[in-house]
Design a protein around this ligand. Structure first.
Ligand SMILES: Cc1ncc(COP(=O)(O)O)c(C=O)c1O
Length: 399
């Protein structure tokens, strides 16, 4: 290897530059804290973007993982996988869903949802419908179909031609939905809190009207719970806040506590649409992944963590609102459970890096919103500390 090549490799140049990375290398995590390779400690209020909902290296999940590593890593989905069956039952027992398809990521879970919706219409109902309606500012992933479903132009640039059959409309506008529906509409997909879009909440009346409209027109309702699911919003799944039941919902992120896994969860009527050979994934729902899913759900449900997230979220939001009141740079503090945004008057990138310097990890949601995603076990003292850091930093922008 040439000297220039060695130096480039050392600087991470062997990676394609898809991420604008912070110059921090995190090497250890425990509970709410992370440490970098210089030994500096950070209070983690981003949780790997809503992944480590149980904090870093949660004991029971780790024990389940280590036990499974000793027993069996991988077998093909051509065999029964008891952990997968158990994990699926835990999901269906604790949700409105009846049957689960496991994948390895959120985008793949959404791909499965699109395929299931189309196939149900085309093979079970035989009506030829294929169109999926999604919402502006939504985010559904980075594969070709999921970036097409995403209601943000920036993720689509340079990837044409995009798959057909996706349409976007403004959220919280039921007449826009009515206008967009056609005899080709197979499904409508939404996030209850548009997270990447800027912590934008679906309006409860809109969601009720949407569910009714779907029911009336035989359109499947899909809820993307990839960021909002697994207790984060104060319920196990965010759709529970709205008194509706989606036909399909998708999970990933917090489902595996940091182990890569996703899932599409469907109502009974959809079962026959995904018959043998219709869809698949080599790694979807391996013994290891689903051992982790089992332990994660047992912990979240058994320890009533959604309730805890609701209480901690209320505390976090009320503290932020009271400490930031009067700061004209702050436009709004909003959120649901522990998915919280501070909308500011201008881009917040410099605040994110300043917080890192102070030992606090937070992330953006769109250019002007600081997004806070602590783990569901976060303590009030940890919340106080994060709020104090942010209050002080944001005071510097008050004018
Ligand atoms: C709501 C939502 N859907 C889908 C995805 C894509 O998930 P993944 O990155 O695991 O493919 C994300 C990721 O941020 C998300 O927040």
């Amino acid at each position: 290897m040439s000297d220039t090549k060695t130096a480039a490799v050392d600087a991470g140049q062997s990676l394609l530059p898809t991420y604008g990375r912070f110059p921090i290398a995190l090497v250890k995590g425990e509970g709410s804290y992370l440490w970098d390779d210089q030994g500096k400690r950070y209070l983690d209020f981003m949780s790997g973007i809503a992944v480590t909902n149980l904090g870093h290296a949660p004991r029971k999940v780790k024990e389940a993982l280590v036990k499974q590593l000793d027993e069996l890593w991988h077998v093909s989905n051509l065999f029964r996988i008891p952990n997968q069956e158990d994990a699926a039952k835990l999901i269906t027992d604790n949700s409105c869903g009846d049957a689960v398809f496991f994948s390895n990521s959120g985008a793949e879970a959404n791909e499965a949802a699109f395929k299931l919706a189309r196939r149900y219409n085309q093979k079970v109902l035989n009506n030829g419908r294929y169109e999926i309606i999604t919402f502006e500012q939504s985010f559904h992933g980075r594969t070709l179909a999921t970036l097409t479903a995403t209601g943000q132009e920036k993720v689509k640039e340079g990837f044409a031609p995009l798959p057909e059959g996706f349409k976007y409309i403004p959220i919280n506008d039921i007449s826009a939905v009515e206008a967009a529906i056609s005899d080709k509409t197979a499904a409508i997909m939404l996030e209850m809190v548009q997270a990447e879009g800027g912590i934008l909440m679906a309006d409860p009346q809109f969601v009720k009207d949407l569910a009714q409209l779907c029911e009336k027109n035989g359109i499947l309702l899909i809820v993307d719970e990839i960021q909002t699911g697994m207790g984060r919003t104060g319920k196990l799944f965010a759709y529970e806040h709205y008194g509706i039941e989606p036909d399909i919902f998708t999970l990933a992120k917090g489902l595996g506590s940091g182990f890569p896994v996703g899932a599409a969860v469907a109502k009974e009527k959809l079962r026959e649409a995904f018959g043998s050979g219709s869809h698949g994934s080599t790694f979807g729902g391996t013994p290891i992944a689903t051992a982790v899913v089992k332990a994660t759900i047992e912990e979240i449900v058994g320890e009533k963590l959604p309730q805890r997230a609701a209480e901690a979220g209320e505390y976090l939001i009320s503290e932020l609102r009271s400490k930031l009141a009067g700061n004209s740079f702050v436009k709004e503090v909003r959120g649901l459970g522990l998915i919280v945004g501070i909308e500011c008057a201008e881009p917040v990138g410099s605040i994110i890096t300043a917080a890192q310097e102070q030992g606090l990890l937070v992330i953006t949601a769109g250019p002007n919103v600081i997004r806070l995603l602590p783990n569901l076990l976060v303590t009030n003292e940890e919340i106080d500390s994060a709020v104090a850091t942010l209050t002080e930093l944001l005071a510097g922008y008050n004018r």
